[in-house]
Ligand binder design. Sequence first.
Ligand code: GAR
Length: 217
Amino acid sequence: MLDEECARGPGRLRVAVLVSGNGTNLQALIDAFPKDDPRVELVVVVSNQAEAFALERARRAGIGSRVIHHRDFASRAEFEDALALVLRERGAQLVVLAGFMRLLGATLLDAFPQRVINVHPALCPAFPGLDAPRQALEHGARLSGCTVHFVDGGTDTGPIIAQSVVPIAPDDDATSLGDRIRRAEHALLPLVVSWFSEGRVRVTGRRVSVLPAHTTR
Ligand code: GAR
């Protein structure tokens, strides 16, 4: 993998958000990047669940949305082709998985190389997959947190862009810990998207670097 600047073109960064559920991370992006934000434009929200509350958040914010249900397609590749078509139609330059609970494979990732990122509620590579806060508690971890990483086709395995640490309290349960981790996500994810909008993210193999502010345009 080359040392590449990721995802920036001229003008505002066009960001697509993929969701499956409540969409509090989508809300954090909507709040961080309102309609007149000079850096980032949220161009479409795509859900694989018709009942996801995230779709209502998009509607309230005046962002176009689409439901693309994986069960409507014969294969993962066809599902991802349909996703890629919508993302291309909307001119997405960065694709953010914000509680999108499907694994993505080569069809989508090859269409958006180094342009798909995910937020995961654990300190990767610990506790990938579902129920990460519960996994951390059951393992007896003292610290957990959240990770924003590139998506590479594995389960929460891609190059790490940024992490926030969340201490685990003795009386935490999966709900209380999950809530605190989500609050950390709401700060971290918009921050990472702003780095992309400033053209500051570079990736070399597994190593991601974030250039200091004001070193690019
Ligand atoms: C978030 O905590 C996100 O990290 C997690 O789902 C939650 C979605 O919340 N994603 C994963 O676990 C992916 N492996 P939200 O719908 O309120 O943003």
